[in-house]
Design a binder for this molecule. Structure first.
Ligand SMILES: Cc1cc2nc3c(=O)[nH]c(=O)nc-3n(C[C@H](O)[C@H](O)[C@H](O)COP(=O)(O)O)c2cc1C
Length: 168
């Protein structure tokens, strides 16, 4: 049984999730970062996992393009789809918008694992948006905004574990 986990990431969260999953799956597991190109020979794999992060409500463009270009091949595989994102309320809607319906319907499993904010990795524009969103969410929920001076993660190992089991 051979598996490939194909992902795109801006600040590393989706890559961490991809690596974490690779340790949970049986057989040979290869990792492919779409930033290095989309030249993956899908024919040699039984299982394909696709993942990437959400920015301004949308999946990173490398994942979207890969789904469009390789739709027919992907439909033939045992498929897992994941997203990384911080907006828990919109997680399901964002997941649905991130992948073609044909793939979502055929996937053995599809989930949002949560996300990570690492302000040190972000540019000024991103830091400003993240701080603003965190303050707004805290106000809405009547809670304290998270301490963003350190990296802040909502990634759920439980969700990733369940995902890996369903792929099996
Ligand atoms: C400028 C900006 C916009 C974002 N927009 C969204 C969003 O619309 N929905 C969401 O769920 N998360 C959003 N996020 C959170 C990212 O999806 C989250 O940080 C994710 O873990 C990033 O993964 P990556 O490091 O693999 O790129 C945003 C983050 C930044 C910095």
């Amino acid at each position: 049984m051979k598996t490939v986990i194909i992902y795109a990431t801006k600040h590393g969260c989706s890559e961490k999730c991809a690596k974490w999953l690779s340790g949970k799956l049986s057989g040979r597991v290869d990792l492919h970062n779409l930033k290095m190109g989309d030249n993956v020979d899908l024919a040699q794999y039984d299982r394909v996992i696709l993942g990437g992060s959400i920015y301004a409500g949308r999946m990173l463009k490398e994942v979207t393009a890969f789904c469009q270009n390789r739709l027919d091949q992907l439909k033939e595989k045992r498929l897992g789809l994941f997203t990384c994102g911080m907006n828990q309320k919109e997680a399901e809607a964002q997941l649905k918008a991130a992948y073609p319906e044909e793939l979502l319907n055929r996937a053995a499993v599809a989930d949002c694992f949560g996300g990570e904010y690492n302000l040190k990795e972000m540019n000024f524009f991103e830091r400003t948006i993240v701080k603003m969103v965190a303050r707004m969410e805290a106000k809405e929920n009547n809670s304290e905004p998270p301490d963003l001076s350190r990296s802040f993660s909502t990634v759920s190992e439980e969700k990733m574990d369940r995902f890996a089991q369903k792929m099996g």
